[in-house]
Ligand binder design. Sequence first.
Ligand SMILES: NC(=O)c1ccc[n+]([C@@H]2O[C@H](COP(=O)([O-])OP(=O)(O)OC[C@H]3O[C@@H](n4cnc5c(N)ncnc54)[C@H](O)[C@@H]3O)[C@@H](O)[C@H]2O)c1
Length: 445
Amino acid sequence: MAINKSKSIKHNGSKLFVFEKDQNFSFLGKRLFIIFGKRGQTRGLHAHRKHNQYLICVNGECEVTLDNGHEIKKVILKSPEIGIEIKAMTWSKQVYKKKDTKILVLCDHTFKERDYIRDYLIFKKIVNEKKKEKPNILITGSLGHIGSYLIHNKDFVKCFNQIYLIDNLSAERYVSLFNLPKYGNFSFFNIDLPNHFVKKIVKKSDIVLHLAATTNAEASVNLKGKQKKKNFLSTIEVANLCCKYNKKFIFISSTSIYGSNKGIVDESCGKSDINPQSPYAVSKLKEENFLQTLQKKYNYNNFVILRFGTIFGYSIGIRFHTAVNKFCFQAATNLPITVWKTARNQKRPYLSLVDACRALIFITKNKMFNGEIYNILTNNYTVNDILNVIKKNRKIKVKLVNSRIMNQLSFNVSNEKIKSDSFTFIGSLKEEISNTLKKFSNLNQ
Ligand SMILES: NC(=O)c1ccc[n+]([C@@H]2O[C@H](COP(=O)([O-])OP(=O)(O)OC[C@H]3O[C@@H](n4cnc5c(N)ncnc54)[C@H](O)[C@@H]3O)[C@@H](O)[C@H]2O)c1
């Protein structure tokens, strides 16, 4: 259900309300009807199996209740400026509140009685059956920066039936479990990977999204012994189980496995363009290679490797080690923004959380489990590009510092491969920075 406003044009005392396809409604109309309602009357009380409608109250006042089986919304329509798209499989009811209330309805099909569901219990039964057709997903590392965005995102949550969450709470993002959407079926397991208990959950899942990792690339330089191998061992365990039980596996790798400064690198680049600079990135590459070994050895192709750019954008489990978020935190707390000496004009790949989530939905819906690798990034930016956006929101001071991994080369990564499968990137650095800074809105202004 989408509620939106028309374009209204005033001319010589008269008013014109314009509703357009794609701006207001998403379909081509085939039928139009007008209802002259009686005050106090209730109409509707049905859902359509496949047909979509767009509803405008051209006169009077009407209370519209919309129920998609997951949530119920009430909207009062009392101006011809507002329209509502009522999508297929939405139970709707209209109560005519005033005398002379008139409703105009545009439909994408001609009348067919068989498209109507007039019994609410049957409607609920169909919704529940459709829900069961959805896959179960296991998300490891689900409380982190990316995971917490996904499990609070309506479009993502609605793609799945059961959502199993695993996290060892090493990052202490307990808050990510607050206020999970009520239309999702979540179960949480406090598990530290690798751990034999995960086998039970993998068996119950159709898709495994593997996010669990110790993620601070800079700090990974100082990891020792078991901690150093933990990311690798966790991925090996989960990948082996997915291979054994032929589950769909989404492995989140990183564009930090590149390190070439020779123009733009893509997924098909040679070994000379693969140059991971931190133990974190070295491990990601080893984990990718392990999956490719399973592919060769067992003909296991039911996986996809997504090389994510550095994430920007707010989620409830946000972390602040990475460039954009860290700079936002420093700007908001009046600290100097620490920039690695050589990094100001270096380009690096970045990914907005909005696009990360949309890409995961796209991969799942289009069943792109084909043993392929895709670069997932909104754009390549320099540190200066990021600082310029922050400067528009806050006063900043910049301090140049040394870093053990600052000799990492500048690199530009191509996102053409996934785009050629008709995926579009829509994330905005400007919007995400402004959203993140707004979270600190009462601080040091
Ligand atoms: N954020 C980025 O910029 C970025 C970029 C590229 C790739 N990635 C990858 O995406 C994934 C998620 O990143 P994020 O930013 O959400 O990281 P994050 O650090 O915010 O979250 C990782 C989560 O995994 C959990 N975890 C860590 N080790 C675990 C283990 N052994 N067992 C169970 N849980 C464990 C942590 O408690 C944390 O909640 C990681 O694999 C990361 O390498 C992230």
